[in-house]
Design a protein around this ligand. Structure first.
Ligand code: GLC
Length: 494
C-alpha cells in the first residue's frame, strides 16, 4: 500500500470510528432519556402511595372532619349539609312522577310510575343528553329555560292531551348535584358551583324557585316537591330496595357522599330538628382535605391552575373530571424530561385534552401489543409511532392514578362506616350487622379497574370478616329515580 493509500485508509477508519462513536453516544443519550422517563413515573408512583397505614389515617381524618362539620357551619372543609329528609320512601308511594337530574356530564329527564305497596316501581323512562357546554357558564335564566323546555317536550311526548290538562300542580323531583344550603326538602340556596360550572348569578339563589318560574313561563303546571343532591337520590333508591342502605356515594364527573346521621349528632342545628331519629346529611366530601392525602407536584399544579383553587381537593384526586388531566400532566413531564415523544411533545400541553374516558380506554387495553393505546395516542395526540415499551409506561401512569383514586374513595366509605359505628371496630354487634352502600357514577359502574381497586381496598381496610357484611351496590339511575321517589314521598308536604 502506498503512502496515499495508507492515509486514505486511516482517514476512513477515523471517520468510521467517529460515526460509531456518534451512534453509541446517541444510543446512550436515548437510553439515559428513557431512564429519566421511567424515573419520573417512579417518583410519581412513590408520591401516590396509599399503603394500608395511610388509608387508615385518611379514614380517621375524615371522621374527625365529619364531627367538626356537624358541630358548626364552617367548622370543617366538609360542609355536612342538612337535607331535611328524615324519612325515606318505603314503597307505599303511588302515581306518576317526573324528575330532572342536572350536575354530571349528562342532563336527564325521567318519568317514574309507582304502584304503591307491593308493586313498587312499575316502570321508568329516562332520556339523557349531554348538557351543552355553553350553558355551564351563561346565566341562570338560560339554564332554567333550557331545563324547562326539555322537560316540557318530554312530558308532551309521554302523555296524551287529557293527561296533560290536569288542574292539579304536579310534584317534581329535582336532582341538583351541587352544594346547596337547604331550607326545606323542597328549597335551598346554591352555595357555590363545582365541576367547572360558573353561572355567577345563580349563587345564593333558591334553585327550586328559579326552576319553577321557568316552568310556569313554559306553561308547565309543576312544582319542585324535592330538591336533592345526586347522592341523596341514590340513597333513596338504594334504601327503597334494601333497607340496610345507610349511605350513598357518587363517583362520576364529581365525587360526594351522603349518609343517615343520628339527629342528636347534628349539633349545629339542634334547635331546628324536631325528629329524634335520623336525617340524611350531604357531606360534600369532594371538598375534604387532610395532610394525610398523598399529594404530588402534579396535583398542586392542577389545583393552582384551576378556577376553584384550594377547593374540592379530594374530588381533584378521585373524580372523572380530573383523573385524565393528572395523567396528561405526568405524560407531559415525561416528554419534557426525556424527549420521549419528539416533536409531538407540545400536543400534550393542552389542559384536559386527555379525558378520563380516554384514560380508562387505554388502561383497559389488554391486547398484547397495546394496540388501543397506540391508536389513542395517534388519534388524540398525533403521535403515530409510540413504541410498545412507552405504551406500557403510559398504562402504568393510568394505573397509578386510578389506583390512588379508588383507594382514597374506599377510605372515604370506611370513614362513613366508622362514624356511624358500622366498621366493626366498636361493639361486637357491628361486626355482623349487614350494611349496604349505594354507589352511582360512571367511574365505578363503567370502569372495572377502578371498581376492583375500590372493592379490594374496602376489604383491606375493614378486614375480611367485617367486609363480608358490607355490600357495595350499584344503584343505576338512582340519583334521578330516587328524586322522583322523594317527590312522591313529599308531595303532600306543602
Ligand atoms: C360535586 C358536587 C356535589 C355532587 C358531586 C357528584 O362534588 O359539589 O354536590 O354530589 O359533585 O356529582
Amino acid at each position: 500500500m502506498g503512502r496515499v493509500g495508507f492515509a486514505a485508509a486511516a482517514a476512513c477508519a477515523v471517520a468510521a470510528c467517529a460515526v460509531a462513536a456518534a451512534l453509541v453516544g446517541r444510543r446512550v443519550r436515548a437510553r439515559r432519556r428513557w431512564w429519566r422517563a421511567v424515573e419520573v413515573v417512579g417518583e410519581f408512583e412513590e408520591g401516590c402511595a396509599t399503603p394500608l397505614g395511610r388509608l387508615r389515617q385518611v379514614v380517621d381524618a375524615l371522621v374527625v372532619e365529619m364531627h367538626a362539620g356537624l358541630a358548626s357551619d364552617g367548622g370543617s372543609k366538609l360542609k355536612m349539609l342538612l337535607t331535611f329528609i328524615d324519612t325515606l320512601p318505603d314503597g307505599s308511594e303511588e302515581g306518576i312522577y317526573y324528575a330532572l337530574d342536572l350536575g354530571g356530564t349528562n342532563f336527564r329527564v325521567l318519568r317514574v310510575q309507582l304502584g304503591g305497596k307491593g308493586s313498587m316501581i312499575l316502570s321508568h323512562k329516562v332520556e339523557s343528553q349531554p348538557l351543552p357546554e355553553e350553558l355551564k357558564s351563561g346565566t341562570s335564566e338560560i339554564l332554567f329555560d333550557y331545563i324547562a323546555s326539555t322537560l316540557k317536550n318530554f312530558v308532551e311526548r309521554e302523555e296524551d292531551d287529557s293527561q296533560q290538562k290536569t288542574d292539579e300542580r304536579r310534584a317534581l323531583g329535582f336532582t341538583f348535584s351541587f352544594p346547596v344550603r337547604q331550607t326545606s326538602v323542597s328549597s335551598g340556596f346554591l352555595i357555590k358551583w363545582t365541576k367547572g360550572f360558573s353561572i355567577e348569578d345563580a349563587v345564593g339563589k333558591d334553585i327550586a324557585r328559579g326552576l319553577e318560574e321557568a316552568m310556569t313561563t313554559k306553561g308547565l303546571n309543576m312544582r319542585v316537591a324535592a330538591l336533592v343532591n345526586d347522592t341523596v337520590g341514590t340513597l333513596a333508591l338504594g334504601h327503597y330496595y334494601d333497607q340496610d342502605t345507610v349511605a350513598a356515594v357518587i363517583i362520576g364527573t364529581g365525587t360526594n357522599a351522603c349518609y343517615i346521621e343520628r339527629t342528636d349528632a347534628i349539633i349545629k342545628c339542634q334547635g331546628l330538628l324536631t325528629n329524634s331519629g335520623g336525617m340524611v346529611v350531604n357531606m360534600e366530601w369532594g371538598n375534604f382535605w387532610s395532610s394525610h392525602l398523598p399529594r404530588t407536584s402534579y396535583d398542586i399544579a392542577l389545583d393552582e391552575e384551576s378556577p376553584n383553587r384550594n377547593d374540592q381537593g379530594f374530588e381533584k384526586m378521585i373524580s372523572g373530571m380530573y383523573l385524565g388531566e393528572v395523567v396528561r400532566r405526568v405524560l407531559q413531564r415525561m416528554a419534557q424530561e426525556s424527549d420521549l415523544f419528539g416533536d409531538a411533545t407540545q400536543n400534550l400541553s393542552v389542559p384536559f385534552s386527555l379525558s378520563t374516558p380516554i384514560m380508562a380506554a387505554m388502561h383497559e387495553d389488554d391486547s398484547p401489543d397495546l394496540e388501543r393505546v397506540r391508536q389513542i395516542m395517534e388519534q388524540n395526540f398525533q403521535m403515530p409511532h409510540v413504541p410498545l415499551k412507552t405504551r406500557r409506561l403510559i398504562i402504568r401512569v393510568c394505573d397509578i392514578v386510578t389506583r390512588r383514586a379508588a383507594r382514597l374513595a374506599a377510605a372515604g366509605i370506611v370513614g362513613i362506616l366508622k362514624k356511624i359505628g358500622r366498621d366493626g371496630s366498636g361493639r361486637s354487634r357491628s361486626k355482623s350487622q349487614r350494611t349496604s352502600v349505594a354507589i352511582e357514577g360512571g367511574l365505578y359502574t363503567g370502569y372495572s379497574n377502578f371498581r376492583d381497586y375500590l372493592n379490594e381496598a374496602v376489604v383491606e381496610i375493614l378486614g375480611e370478616e367485617v367486609a363480608r357484611n358490607v355490600i357495595l351496590r350499584v344503584s343505576e339511575d338512582g340519583s334521578g329515580i330516587g328524586a322522583a321517589l322523594l317527590a312522591a314521598a313529599h308531595s303532600l308536604d306543602r
